[in-house]
Design a protein around this ligand. Structure first.
Ligand code: ZN
Length: 259
């Protein structure tokens, strides 16, 4: 994992992903206040024109085909959609009309973008088949195993599980992600080592490692997975954090495109 600079913007990248990709940091955008400054969220209370400007700025810096930018429409579903040419531009220029928290494509020059602030953004790539994915998983999507759905969609379209590489991006860590007893118990049985029960009955959850564990359960190789060690809440100076900013924050973006 390393931070690379492109046109004055910083992106977190992984050598596991051999396509154009990167997770955005907070700085270098045009948004103000709580959204300062590189907010990718179009529906977070920021001026949407600023968010659009930020997204286009990132697309330019990464030399992506911004006319074809296609975004998830994240409603905490576990739905993953394999893009058809008719879907190009959805989530950005056009509406999806329903929640699609994960998108996968084998089309070249079609940049994908998922976004988050504490939830887990994951980029997927099968270089041999030529297929990429961008997936958002909060606790609901992770409980419903959206990442396994994404792997299934890739396999259905010809990817091989042993060729799939994953970069799990910056998200809230077990250090800061306290959830209610009700939520914690939904993970405690299956992911015992990635959940800590506190004396007050609440739980601390390691959503990123649960995502990595779900990928490995599907057969993705451990050596093909990079799990970002940075906690967005601890490092609110670098990344937006919904929790650290008490619900008023921008969103980071996870971009990926094949050429
Ligand atoms: Zn933390």
């Amino acid at each position: 994992m390393e931070i690379v600079k492109r046109n004055g913007l910083e992106f977190l990248t992984s050598d596991k992903i051999d396509a154009i990709h990167g997770f955005t940091l907070r700085h270098g955008g045009v948004s103000q206040g709580d959204f300062s400054s590189l907010n990718m969220g179009l529906r977070r209370g920021d001026n949407p024109f600023n968010a659009i400007k930020n997204i286009e700025k990132c697309a330019d810096a990464l030399m992506l085909d911004k006319e074809k930018l296609t975004l998830t429409y994240q409603l905490h579903t576990a739905k993953v959609h394999f893009l058809t040419p008719e879907d190009i531009g959805k989530g950005f220029c056009r509406e999806w009309g329903e929640g699609v928290d994960g998108i996968v494509t084998d089309m070249k020059n079609v940049p994908l973008l998922c976004y988050s602030a504490d939830c887990v953004p994951t980029l997927l790539y099968d270089k041999k088949r030529g297929m990429i994915g961008a997936v958002h998983g909060g606790w609901r999507g992770t409980k419903d195993n959206i990442i396994a759905n994404a792997v299934d969609v890739m396999i259905e379209h010809g990817a091989k599980v042993e060729d799939i590489c994953a970069f799990i991006g910056p998200a809230i860590g077990i250090c800061c992600y306290e959830v209610s007893e009700d939520v914690g118990e939904q993970f405690a049985g299956e992911y015992e080592s990635l959940v800590i029960k506190k004396d007050n009955g609440k739980y601390m959850l390691d959503l990123k490692s649960i995502t990595a564990s779900q990928l490995m359960e599907k057969g993705v190789l451990r050596e093909n997975i990079e799990n970002c060690c940075i906690c967005t809440s601890c490092r609110n100076d670098m990344f937006f954090s919904h929790r650290a900013q008490k619900g008023r924050s921008g969103l980071l973006g996870g971009f990926i495109q094949m050429i």
